[in-house]
Write a protein that binds this ligand. Sequence first.
Ligand SMILES: Cc1cc2nc3c(=O)[nH]c(=O)nc-3n(C[C@H](O)[C@H](O)[C@H](O)COP(=O)(O)OP(=O)(O)OC[C@H]3O[C@@H](n4cnc5c(N)ncnc54)[C@H](O)[C@@H]3O)c2cc1C
Length: 824
Amino acid sequence: MTASVPSHADIVVIGGGIIGCSTAYHLARDHRANVVVLEQNQLTSGSTWHAAGLVGQLRSSASITQLLKYSVDLYSRLEAETGLATGWKMTGCLRLACNDDRWTEFKRLATTARSFGMDMQLLSPAEVKAMWPLMMVDDLIGASFLPSDGQASPSDIAQALAKGARAHGAVFHESLRVEGFDIAEGRVKAVRTREGTIACDKVVNCAGLWARDVGALAGVSVPLQAVMHQYLITEPIAGLARDVATVRDPDRRTYFKEEVGGLVMGGYEPDPRPWLVDPAPSDFAFQLLEDNWEHFEQHMIQALARVPALERTGIKRMIHGPESFTPDGNFILGRAPELDNFFVGAGFNAFGIASAGGAGWALAQWVVAGEAPLDLWVVDIRRFAGLHRDQAFVRERTLEAYGRHYAIAYPHEEYESGRPRLISPLYGRLRARHACFGSKLGWERANWFAATGTEAEDVPSMGRQNWFAAVGEEHRAVRDAVGLFDQSSFAKFELAGPAASEALSLICANDVTRPPGRITYTQLLNRRGGIEADLTVARLAEDRFYIVTGTGFRTHDFGWIRDRLPSDSDLALTDVTEAFATLSLMGPRSRAVLSALTDVDLSNAAFPFGHVATINAAGAAVRVLRVTYVGELGYELHVPVDGAAELFDALMAAGAAHGLRLAGYRALESLRLEKFYRAWGSDITANDNPFEAGLGGFVKLAKDLPFIGRKALEEAATRPLHKQLCGFTTEDRDIVLVGRETILRNGEFAGYLTSGGFGYTVDAPIGMGYVRNPQGVSDDWLSTGRYELVVANENVAATIHRSPLYDPAGLKVRGAPGSNSRPT
Ligand SMILES: Cc1cc2nc3c(=O)[nH]c(=O)nc-3n(C[C@H](O)[C@H](O)[C@H](O)COP(=O)(O)OP(=O)(O)OC[C@H]3O[C@@H](n4cnc5c(N)ncnc54)[C@H](O)[C@@H]3O)c2cc1C
């Protein structure tokens, strides 16, 4: 061990790119942490030095947009703070639209920007021409302009962050590669380098495209794929202003940025090329890949049509470098589920410069506090699962995501690659009945069923979709008769052991200690009182619980529970997702259909809402949960996979006399919106507490039972609410709501929709969203406003709703007037 390399550090950050530098800066500045940064080569020598430097801010997630706004704010101050130039210029960004669907996308984006507190303007081609005289605009319908976007010098920003970090005590070691980890009891104890071992409390993997290899050294999966990305830099161009806006021209798949009087021009091709080196060479520092003009030609052709001056301009150089991309185009942040103290900040999908400031800020807090400072679900490493350890799958899906980078973002679009991956035992049967499938965390799931003679295929559209009528039929069948949903992809866990009740009670905000046979709908809260998960807990026995949660939340929710169980107990938490298929039989005729398969008394008195029982049906022991996400009498049938097909066939046969219809996830969405049932990840997140979400009735504050988040909620209960989740409908039934539409109260900004869709029973577009007011949102204040929604930049009259649109008293579900329709 050399004198300069410490034997211990509180936190070791691996990687001296812009993400590692920003994370170290924030750890040192905000948390006074004892941080050591290890860089295998020199700072910025990975992807950072060759980035183009465009800094955009608007994303479809409010939290990620908040992080990018933070970056812009930080970059504009960093030079003054550190004395190092950063090249930051707030030039604004133009996005060009050449067709109607793109224009609709931009009108929706402008609305999203307003929802997230930014001013995105929509410009005419003439206005674009006035701003950017060298640009041809004859094919434009218009453009969006976000004035606060800009550009920066990536290496300079990273160096300034490193200088700032050093000023706050962080120590950087270059030419020192992390070669392994000492791991014991689920924790990294030390980081190994050729110069010795550094004992540490926490590790942060910011190793860029090497992050997958670094993760593998610790058994941690970091699902990313390096992809080759090219742009060129031209000689100076006469007439190009130094402060001209950056340009994204998605219909031509190209982007532009001014640089030293010339242009940077690059693009996102539909046929990207992975960088197939495994492992990535550790000495790839300040290096580029060989120019590939043949592949770049597609961008050149498009760019020349947009900026003809390029034809007369010399090319200074081509930059061709690898960058890490991910299967869903979002970066990867947070604590790895495999280890207690291993964090990741990687996979930045060519917006790492734009993200670094905010991502470093958030990651630093996550590392120190153990919880994300705000809802970061879309970038959370726990959004992945076992299938993401398969690099072939990751590569294929990542290339698809890259290829779509500049494609029009149609609502409800599904990825196509790597499918089918995980299928339920009923897949073949559903397929034979014309299911149109979507995929969620690898699972094929029926979204809707096509009528005989029509294609079971989504046709992308910005307006009403081709499946609108078919989903309406499914919806009505559930409301009027009975529908059958295959929800086998539900994540399912069992917790068993003598202390199960006590341990789970501490993790759940609602009371799960009720007797065996009862089901509890509950949230899991973080210490701030934010909603980290939303689950159904069925008590099977004194010492045994069955936990059901959403398909996509499998890794996250399992990890959340496991990490909070007492380590010294003999509790067993098991993921039984693949052991059970789930058929949801929902609708007023559901009891009649199920009764045809069993002698068990299913009457309200014998088997009330919120109860669980095992019954024999179609030759299988079926775990039946009397719950609903659609607001009807219904049964979730959890059946061992071997018995699923037989049960399905029996239900279909018995259901024929009762008008049973297969239904998919799109109908489920419509049905749950009418009931204002919340969806975790959109309507309820770590940013929202149960009172704000209207779920205060599912919190055991009145009982003398401790639970995580209780203190925060007790405090919150003494303060006025500043936001409240409400429902909205528009009178105009042809309005298409997709989420993120701005809510106006008396003409003023009051929030945005977290969900949007259509309710076929109420025959109206439905949205849900938090109505906000810094002075408080009393019932009186909420009900006295005049509401509008901004939909694709147009104001539309709307009605606010404080209780479900369909069966507000929950009579359909429970048959008891005034009761709520979720198990309390
Ligand atoms: C051509 C191109 C253009 C781009 N344009 C833009 C743009 O306009 N705007 C934008 O926002 N983003 C852009 N990007 C993306 C941006 O460059 C990246 O997202 C960003 O640099 C990622 O930073 P990082 O710190 O994660 O990775 P890196 O900069 O690669 O840093 C990771 C570091 O970890 C080190 N390391 C790896 N393994 C080890 C180990 N075992 N031990 C110690 N150190 C290790 C590496 O040496 C490296 O220095 C572009 C990328 C490319 C390729």
